[in-house]
Design a protein. Structure first.
Lengths: 663, 476
């Protein structure tokens, strides 16, 4: 995203608000006192009625017998509760999203999708010895930009501090802990680097490594190489004469603090076996591991505790996103269990005395943050432990508990002040202080960022995916909340829930989903554009040639009027893949019996004994195509002089629209 | 509708993961002694004993014979009319692997199947139900030199680490012919086609890798010699995870399992191995093995094959069902493998087919799925036959295992029960109940107001028929 675009977003998000005091008059007010408030210090017992004094960015005093300084701006804390500023312990806040590159020929209404390259969120370093995705020298702090609507949205949710790391990669890069306010990156950073992040997702570009086995092989080889790099450098430093000068290598050099245990490694692992594999690797190389994600960490709690491995626990609890479909195979018991068990993990970790902090991670819907904490509490997590997972535990895991995480004199004045209880499904934030300065809070209703557009993706979409060798039909159900998408697919590519989904106001969208293609499970990334009830774009498959897709939103067909007359000749436009073909459909409705004749460049098909209800008409028919008999279904609806519908068969899928031929 | 749903639920509960009620978990503990009484015992190496008892104690076979005495608290199973067979060993499996091919490079000896084990793979449970107890988990056949294998005991329900077969010889997958030369035949935009594209290139790729491995071995030997002379400022050579396993092959410390079809490429690999001074442990698939059976036997290699699966591609046209018998008569140690999550459930039938085609004796046929694959994997000291002192890995069958009507009642590994038909049946109502509870739980309820997606017209696309699938991306 360009600087200008960021500036625009910033000005839009700030435009409706009074100017931030911190920006306008930095030094004018730097002393605040919140009086008569309930103070949850976390480090000690709660103070039922006390005062917190903030001066020059720090907590100057806290307690029952503290009086507000004369120069302090007073905040009446009656009915308010003051908490330490809350952490989100794994995000990509401040790191710009890769925006879809402009396609070469985006003309309204079509074309141009072939030129779109799959987007990658992998960040790269300069002059690296390693390919993108395997560069441990990448620093989040080089990419973090202040402002932006995501940082704004997090602050509106009472988050003051976040661990920020790039989104993708194997060696993803080194994270930074940032305060979510400040005019410059430098001002925001609390600590950097915090940890080296490791994802185990293979590279998508079809080069080594493209499998999980390869990922482990590369990680091992690079750590071995780094160890030898250190030896060679030391030998050369001892006695350069007579020794060939060894190559410099910042990628390998960046692994040295990891190998000597001074820099922890945040390993992305959700399932029991992913966590065990990550821990195996950590033990093999004596890494200081932190698990991120940790959906099934409860099942590995014993090992995590004995190895003293903390968890950045994702609040992205999975749930069924679509209504049950009577014809579908029932979901495996394993999937049903996983959804239910995920909500128990936090409680299990607390019971096993594994240190953990909450993170939003790749949350599909940020609005689920507090409801999901509430669900964890409903499933066995104590409120105290939940609060620690947002404050002190996070500060300890991320190495800043000497300056953040509790309300104590001398610590950074990050405070989250609520009206009423924090740990409810919908807490109300009265004040958020970051580095001693208040953040402007929007009225509650406006806390969720709204895409500045009328584009809506919500609905059930029927997609045809062309993989190069076949046309596959699937249903995509999307639910849009602001600029976030959630949903699932079902059909010829298997079924699965989408992730990493986004939609921008212009209608450009992307999402990733596990698919089954020719018996093999892989991952597909859909990138495209939607306009009205149509969408099209390109799809990349890990380890396979890319394809294209197009589709339309299933619409509630207009009810057929009692006297709707279907009879007549309809001139059709048949949309097959991205191409349009002409056709005609002759319909004859007589004494409640419906028959017809479908003509198209693909042949002539007689349609008999159609059924008719208030949703439309439907034929089940057989056609002979290329010497084989193919079952096909023609469905549609008529509204006045307009007709629309679909033709489905095992060999293809077409949509049609048309008008009645004037006689 | 209700009935259909019930059947669906039943099927689904059967194939879903199994959580064991506590009583069952106790029942199967290894510490417990088990006496299998009055069975027909197919020892495979020591003939067939009728009305015999088998005593399992401390994970081992403690006694075989008549009137065996067990301690008072032993579990006693009356196996009258039933058969006891050693656990079947599958010498070519891709079950339990989250990924099968690292298909980018032609030499991926740094890839390890042990890194991607999924102990919850339901196919493992299905294999147990077919009397299978050990698997050779192989990398796929996309590369001339593939990744490292893992030999496991199917301790379904346990952490992956407990599956590892103790003391099994490590191995590596090679592949010849169409798969390694045509892999990535549809390169992505901007990618070049991968070398090799011909069978000549496959040979050159392997020769090149072993030439590099030989140099690598030498560089370490020189380093160790210098180090022993206490030379100063020495830096060890770079450890190369790609070449280390090939050095182990050269040193005879790692078995080569080579996917192959055609006689010419089998001879090619034998010559190549002779040139570098290593042995091929098994040829996998080996469809034209009967043409070069004497050469295979002379090299000392085994062959792990299908009974009657062929013509699924050009290089698989010359296969015959007499392959196993001809190679066996030539002195090759032959095993029947699955290479498929489906076929793994009925390897006993694969063995039976070879009695029909080629007149192997009953014992020879049984060896194809028990003793022979155990020898091929170097685990015959522990499994592959029923002998006192060996691991208590065996199954009780309700009929002769070479009959299509025989089913497995109970499968033991290290004296523990990992599959029991009666207990499986008994569990199903509980699983149905659990499903009902889970379906009602909040995260499993669909969001309000959503429309249900359209039902697909066909439940599965025609090009993804389960029966056609041979396990992952691997071509058999």
């Amino acid at each position: 995203m360009s600087r200008i675009a960021l500036a625009l977003i910033a000005s839009v998000s700030l435009g409706a608000l009074p100017p931030r005091s911190s920006q306008a008059q930095r030094s004018a007010v730097d002393t605040y006192a919140i009086t008569n408030a309930r103070i949850v210090t976390v480090s000690g017992p709660p103070i039922e009625r006390g005062t917190v004094v903030i001066r020059d960015g720090l907590i100057a005093a806290v307690g029952t017998n503290v009086s507000a300084p004369a120069d302090a701006r007073l905040i009446d804390g009656n009915g308010l509760t003051v908490y330490p500023g809350l952490f989100d312990s794994n995000t990509s806040l401040g790191i710009p999203q890769p925006s879809p590159s402009p396609s070469p020929a985006t003309t309204p209404g079509g074309g141009g999708f072939g030129g779109q390259r799959p987007q990658t969120a992998i960040l790269t370093a300069l002059n690296s010895s390693q390919p993108a995705g395997l560069q441990p020298e990448v620093l989040a702090e080089d990419f973090i930009k202040p402002g932006g609507e995501q940082i704004e949205a997090a602050r509106q949710m009472g988050i003051t501090t976040a661990l920020s790391a790039p989104r993708q990669g194997i060696w993803i890069g080194q994270s930074a802990l940032i305060n979510l306010a400040g005019d410059t990156t430098q001002e925001m950073i609390v600590r950097s680097p915090v940890a080296l992040h490791v994802g185990f997702t293979p590279l998508r570009s079809g080069v080594y490594p493209n499998s999980l086995m390869g990922v482990f092989a590369v990680l091992r080889q690079m750590m071995l190489d780094a160890g030898r790099f250190r030896e060679v450098q030391q030998a050369y430093a001892r006695s350069p004469r007579g020794m060939k000068r060894p190559d410099q290598d910042r990628a390998l050099a960046a692994l040295l603090p990891v190998l000597d245990g001074s820099l922890p490694v945040v390993m992305y692992a959700d399932s029991e076996r992913e966590i065990n594999r990550a821990l195996d690797l950590a033990e093999e190389f004596k890494l200081r591991a932190i698990i991120a994600g940790g959906v099934e960490a409860g099942k590995v709690a014993e090992r995590l505790r004995t190895r003293n491995v903390p968890v950045l626990l994702s609040l992205n609890f999975s749930r069924r996103t679509t209504a049950a479909m009577p014809e579908a195979d029932p979901e495996p018991l394993r999937v049903l269990r996983e959804r239910v068990e995920a909500q128990k993990t936090a409680g299990q970790l607390a019971a096993a005395r594994v240190k953990f902090a909450f993170q939003s991670g790749a949350m599909t819907n940020p609005a689920d943050f507090y409801p999901n904490i509430a669900r964890a509490i409903d499933n066995g997590l104590s409120r105290e432990d939940a609060l620690r997972a947002l404050t002190t535990s996070a500060a300890e895991i991320l190495g800043v508990n000497d300056r953040l995480g509790s309300i104590e004199t001398g610590k950074i004045a990050n405070l989250t002040v609520t009206r009423g209880e924090l740990l409810t499904r919908n807490p109300t934030f009265a004040y958020v202080f970051i580095d001693g300065r208040p953040v402007d809070l929007k009225p509650a209703a406006a806390t969720v960022p709204v895409a500045a557009s009328s584009t809506s993706a919500t609905g059930s979409w029927t997609l045809t995916v062309n993989t190069g060798s076949a046309d596959l039909t699937m249903t995509l159900v999307l639910q849009q909340e602001a600029n976030r998408l959630r949903g699932s697919i079902q059909g010829a590519l298997g079924s699965g829930e989408i992730s990493n989904a986004s939609l921008d106001p212009g209608g450009d969208f992307r999402f990733t989903v596990p698919v089954t293609l020719e018996g093999q499970t892989t991952e597909a990334t859909f990138t495209g554009k939607l306009a009205g009830n149509e969408m099209q774009g390109s799809v990349t498959f890990v380890g396979r040639a890319p394809g294209t897709f197009s589709g339309s939103r299933a619409q509630a067909a207009p009810a057929l009027a009692e006297n709707t007359v279907l009879s007549g000749t309809w001139l059709l436009k048949l949309l097959v893949g991205l191409k349009t073909f002409p056709g005609t459909l002759k319909l004859e409705q007589q004494d409640g019996v419906l028959s017809g004749l479908l003509q198209s460049p693909f042949g002539v098909t007689r349609l008999e004994s159609g059924s008719l209800d208030d949703q439309g008409f439907r034929f089940q028919s057989r056609a002979r195509i290329d010497g084989r008999v193919v079952e096909m279904t023609v469905e549609g609806s008529v509204s006045g002089e307009e007709i629309r519908g679909t033709v489905r068969s095992e060999i293809g899928f077409a949509r049609f629209t048309g008008t009645r031929q004037k006689t | 509708m209700m009935t259909r749903l019930t059947i669906q639920l039943l099927i689904c509960s059967l194939i879903a993961g199994i959580s064991l009620p506590p009583s069952f978990a106790q029942d199967r503990s290894a510490a417990q002694e088990t006496l299998i009484r009055n069975a027909t015992v197919l020892t495979v190496t020591r003939g067939t004993l009728t009305n015999a008892d088998v005593l399992l104690r401390n994970g081992k076979i403690a006694a075989i014979g008549k009137n065996v005495k067990a301690s008072a608290n032993a579990r006693v199973i009356d196996a009258t009319g039933k058969f006891v067979l050693p656990g079947i060993v599958d010498c070519h499996s891709h079950s339990m692997l989250d990924t099968i091919n690292e298909s980018t490079l032609s030499v991926t000896s740094m890839a390890r199947t042990s890194d991607v084990l999924n102990p919850h793979d339901i196919d493992l449970y299905r294999a147990l139900a077919g009397g299978v107890t050990s698997l050779n988990l192989l990398h796929g056949s996309a590369n001339a030199i593939g990744g490292l294998n893992t030999v496991v005991k199917i301790k379904f329900g346990r952490p992956a680490a407990e599956f590892i077969f103790p003391g099994a010889m490590p191995g590596i997958k090679f592949a010849l012919g169409e798969n390694p030369k045509r892999s990535n035949s549809q390169p992505q935009p901007g990618q070049t086609r991968r070398y090799p594209m011909t069978r000549m290139g496959v040979e050159e790729t392997i020769r090149d890798a072993f030439t590099r491995a030989r140099d690598y071995k030498k560089s370490w030997e020189e380093y160790r010699a210098s180090a022993s002379r206490s030379e100063k400022n020495l830096v060890a050579p770079r450890r190369d995870l790609q070449l280390e396993p090939l050095v182990e092959v050269l040193e005879g410390k790692r078995y080569v399992h080579a996917h192959c079809y055609r006689a010419d490429e089998i001879l090619m690999l034998i010559n190549l191995a002779n040139d570098f001074g290593f042995k091929i442990r098994t040829f996998q698939h080996t469809l034209e093995g009967y043409k070069v059976a004497r050469e295979i036997a002379q090299h000392g290699a085994g062959a792990s094959i299908f009974a009657d699966n062929w013509a699924y591609k050009i290089e698989a046209y010359d296969a015959i069902p007499y392959n196993a018998a001809i190679m066996t008569r030539a002195g090759v140690i032959v095993s029947m493998n699955s290479d498929s999550d489906e076929r793994a459930r009925r390897l006993n039938i694969e063995a039976a087919k070879v009695m029909r085609y080629g007149d192997l004796s009953e014992e020879e046929a049984l060896k194809l799925v028990t003793w022979n694959p155990a020898v091929q994997l170097g685990i015959q000291q522990r499994v592959g036959s029923l002998e006192v002192g060996k691991d208590a890995d065996l199954a009780i069958w309700n009929g002769h295992p070479l009959s299509v009507y025989a089913r497995v009642d109970t499968t033991f590994i290290d004296g523990e029960i990992f599959f029991d038909r009666q207990q499986d049946l008994a569990r199903r109502p509980d699983l149905l109940k659990e499903r009902a509870q889970l379906e009602a739980a909040e995260p499993n309820r669909p969001p309000p107001g959503g429309t249900s997606p359209q039902a697909p017209r066909r439940r599965r696309p025609t090009n993804a028929d389960d029966d056609m699938w041979e396990g992952g991306v691997e071509q058999p």
